[in-house]
Design a protein around this ligand. Structure first.
Ligand SMILES: Nc1ncnc2c1ncn2[C@@H]1O[C@H](COP(=O)(O)OP(=O)(O)OP(=O)(O)O)[C@@H](O)[C@H]1O
Length: 320
């Protein structure tokens, strides 16, 4: 990964650490939405935030970048204090929210030029042309934004965010409802941006997108339950997993889901994915299965989805 030089007006603290916060807590009314969150994000990383609906991902991302003031805790974003220097932070951050917020009755080019002017760019027309070329929007430049399909809208929204060349990009569920090809192209572009030195914080519910992040954090009920690379998160889970293949597995799935030592049974096409927190107990459950012709049980690796479902079930227990 290449890291471009920091702009001269950024505080030259530790240029490799873009976000460095500790003990962030946020309440809305009586409800604590984010609890005692401590984390660091290094420059040029694509950092994914995962977790159930309403778990505090957006609130976290907004606090990390000074867009929302925490009730307690402290830290820096791009070297600026998140409590006192949010104006400076905002100058360097691009934020793509869940809601499409561009002008539907302006064309792609008009929208981008307008955004360029709002940001006071010296050459809004040139910047718009550059973004149009970068995102492959040339053939659609004069199309009205309101007439674009979901995937192209997202691409335009991304173009608008990167127009002022932010150092940090926040993407809040950027590909919800977008087809797989458009999602892949969107992610290819995110990787190009990170390769050029931009840091990206992205919230998502898609496991394949989580796997495209350099690091991920899983937040449930306001608490950061795990973080690291995908491999680290899977290894830290301590889950043991088997794959069961064969015909007519639904009766077996029923039986297994009631068996001690089996914490998860998930059908995947003609296979079952069986996981347990305690490998010895899971092994005992597997060994106790009756021999059934055509049914095969093989050890496998837990998927990220297995890990997240497990984390969610544990945290729900704690919060019930
Ligand atoms: N300004 C606000 N005032 C009151 N409650 C809020 C506010 N913003 C968020 N909340 C609540 O805080 C909780 C966390 O919301 P947040 O948007 O951070 O979750 P999320 O993980 O991003 O959810 P999703 O995946 O659904 O986007 C939710 O219960 C939400 O209703």
């Amino acid at each position: 990964m290449t890291a471009a030089a920091l702009p001269a007006d950024l505080p030259q603290t530790d240029p490799d650490v873009v976000i460095d916060v500790e003990g962030l807590t946020k309440k809305f009314g009586e409800r604590t939405v984010v609890k005692d969150l401590t984390m660091q994000v290094r420059r040029g990383l694509i950092y994914g935030f995962l977790g159930p609906n309403g778990s505090g991902k957006t609130t976290t991302i907004r606090m990390l970048t000074g867009l929302l003031t925490p009730d307690s805790g402290r830290g820096t974003c791009l070297g600026y204090d998140i409590l006192t220097q949010s104006t400076e932070i905002k100058r360097h951050v691009g934020y793509m929210t869940q809601k499409f917020s561009l002008y539907t009755d302006l064309s792609i080019r008009e929208n981008l030029e307008f955004i360029g002017r709002v940001h006071g760019l010296s050459d809004p027309r040139g910047a718009a042309s550059e973004a149009i070329a970068r995102l492959g929007l040339e053939n659609r430049a004069s199309q009205l934004a309101g007439e674009l399909s979901g995937g192209w809208k997202q691409r335009l929204a991304l173009g608008a965010c990167i127009l002022p060349k932010p150092d940090l990009l926040l993407l809040d569920e950027p590909t919800a409802g977008v087809d797989p090809k458009a999602r892949r192209e969107f992610w290819d572009e995110i990787h190009h941006l990170a390769h050029d030195g931009m840091t990206v914080l992205v919230s998502t519910h898609y496991m394949d997108e989580a796997e495209r992040c350099h690091e991920i954090a899983y937040i449930a009920y306001g608490e950061l339950l795990t973080h690291g690379t995908v491999d680290e998160v899977v290894a830290q889970s301590g889950l043991a997993t088997y794959t069961v293949t064969g015909r007519d597995l639904s009766a077996l799935a029923d039986q297994l889901s009631k068996t001690e030592g089996v914490d998860q049974v998930a059908p995947f096409g003609s296979a079952l994915h069986i996981s347990g927190r305690d490998k010895a107990r899971l092994d005992a459950a597997i060994e106790a299965l009756p021999e059934t012709e055509g049914v095969e049980v093989t050890p496998s690796e837990p998927t990220l989805e297995d890990v997240f479902i497990e984390l969610m079930s544990q945290s729900r227990d704690n919060f019930a």
